[in-house]
Design a protein around this ligand. Structure first.
Ligand code: GLN
Length: 484
């Protein structure tokens, strides 16, 4: 998609301003019912588009992403633009600076249509936990688009953006991509700078693209990846054009399917689609093997202890004083202003939704002096052991190149189906959290359809790769995509 649009721009078949206006027309027509966007940045977009059109006119060479309209998850800072992370506590927060990913995209001339809806502070799997409104799945409005990057995924599925950025702490790029029939990539931890991403759990968070094709994922990744002096965990990488590595050749590649991921409990229709996709990989020349990741049954528990611990610490800064919302003097003028503690408590009580409060309480508990060893420290140890499981599967003599599974155990669920039961919601992440815990890159792409109540819904396949092996990971997904 991006390459074709780029061709049209440089051939003069269309202009970036025209293209951008087409997207805004569609957004204004369709997004009221879908709810993919929280904020539109029309002025910024048209300014960017106009700049690129001028460059093209002057015969300047432009980058592939230049002039192409996209959307950015609302937990990523864009200077001068409202950035809420879909939380009331940041309702009136205007980002004073650009996240590194935004800065890099702007430098290449990308066009920003707006900021997309999400679960509050990226906590959720359905976008029902946005403080503003839920996002609908464009393929079936009775169903959720997944989460937490549900707005970004819905924007792609409904043609309300060419590319989008999401963030993934336990599956928030891949699971919504799976539910909406799109492609979502969580890069290796450290591949993309987190500077300017409102932190959820800092040792797990990564920013990545949600797009229509694997090639587009490669193009966007190339523009946002690389070392950044503003993020000490960003790795020395960058400067690679991942799209140049896509040749569709999978001959001799070894793909492992973890026994623990496709057990008896897996829905039979999901299993059937998954097995067909294994055949497809074989057709492309790959060899399929069963592998073992014995610690898989503990991954979700480890994730929910470590993530809530880090989240409780990261969210401590939202106290009604430093940023955004403050329940203070105005509300209290009658009986004079509250104490500092009351400002903290009231701002957080009003500003945070129930899921955020639940996670802050869980994380604070896991980190408390009496329970730290039993929960946090233990979880860190199991995380290390899970990493060793992955190292064995990938790096041991005759190890595999990729690990493949469904992205989720089932297709998109209905609104309300899981929102009353946090544990049921957490299970939507069962296949995705491990990649964050061990840091490997993982991509979700459509592998087929399954029927639910007479409707065909897309199912995603998840391919995990070796640390910093995005070029081969993307190529494997690309090879799959090319086969019918
Ligand atoms: N659904 C997961 C959660 O609620 C993942 C969130 C994410 O990746 N940001 O924690």
């Amino acid at each position: 998609m991006i390459k074709e649009l780029h061709q049209k721009l440089v051939n003069g078949e269309t202009t970036s301003v025209k293209l951008t206006e087409e997207y805004f027309d569609r957004i204004k027509k369709d997004d009221e019912s879908i709810g993919a966007y929280l904020t539109l940045t029309e002025d910024l977009a048209l300014r960017q588009a106009d700049l690129i059109d001028k460059k093209i006119k002057q015969g300047e060479k432009i980058d592939l992403i230049a002039g192409i309209p996209g959307a950015i998850k609302d937990n990523i800072c864009v200077a001068g633009t409202r950035t809420t992370a879909a939380s009331k506590i940041l309702d009136n927060y205007i980002a004073p600076y650009n996240a590194t990913v935004a800065e890099r995209l702007l430098k290449e001339g990308a066009v920003f249509l707006g900021k997309t809806n999400m679960d509050e502070f990226a906590c959720g799997s359905s976008t029902e936990k946005s403080a503003y409104r839920p996002t609908k799945n464009p393929l079936d409005p009775e169903r959720v688009p997944g989460g937490s990057s549900g707005g970004s995924a819905a924007a792609i599925a409904a043609d309300l953006a060419v590319w989008s950025l999401g963030s993934d702490t336990g599956g928030s790029i891949r699971q919504p991509a799976a539910y909406t029939g799109t492609v979502g990539l969580k890069p290796t931890y450290g591949r993309v700078s987190r500077y300017g991403l409102l932190a959820m759990a800092s040792s797990l968070d990564q920013i990545g693209p949600i797009v229509k094709t694997v090639e587009d994922a490669a193009i966007v990744l190339s523009r946002i990846a690389g070392e950044d002096s503003m993020d000490a965990t960003s790795a020395r990488s960058g400067g690679k054009f991942y799209e140049d590595y896509l040749n569709g050749n999978l001959a001799g590649a070894k793909i492992g399917v973890p026994r623990e991921y496709v057990g008896e409990e897996l829905d039979s229709e999901v299993k059937m689609v998954f097995e067909q996709s294994l055949k497809k990989f074989e057709k492309a020349g790959a060899e399929i093997r069963e592998v073992n990741i014995p610690l898989t049954p503990y991954a979700l528990a480890v994730y929910y202890i470590l993530m809530t611990s880090e989240l409780s610490s990261n969210l401590a800064r939202f106290d009604g004083i430093k940023y955004g919302l403050s329940i203070d003097d105005e509300q209290r003028s009658a009986d004079n202003s509250g104490t500092l503690l009351e400002i903290y408590l009231d701002s957080r009580r009003y500003g945070f939704g129930e899921e955020i409060k639940r996670r802050i309480i869980l994380g604070t508990y896991a980190l408390s002096a009496g329970y730290y060893d039993a929960y946090y420290k233990k979880a860190q140890k199991v995380r290390r052991m899970l990493r060793e499981d992955f190292e064995k599967v990938f790096n041991e003599k005759d190890g595999v190149d990729f690990i493949f599974s469904p992205t989720t155990p089932e297709p998109a669920f209905k609104f309300g189906e899981k929102s009353k039961d946090p544990l049921a919601m957490y299970l939507a992440d069962i296949y995705t959290v491990s990649a964050n815990l061990v840091g490997v890159p993982a991509i979700s792409f459509p592998i087929g359809m399954v029927k639910r109540e007479g409707k065909d819904l897309p199912l995603g396949g998840q391919l995990m790769g070796k640390w910093f092996d995005e070029e081969n990971l993307l190529n494997a997904a690309y090879a799959f995509e090319q086969l019918e």
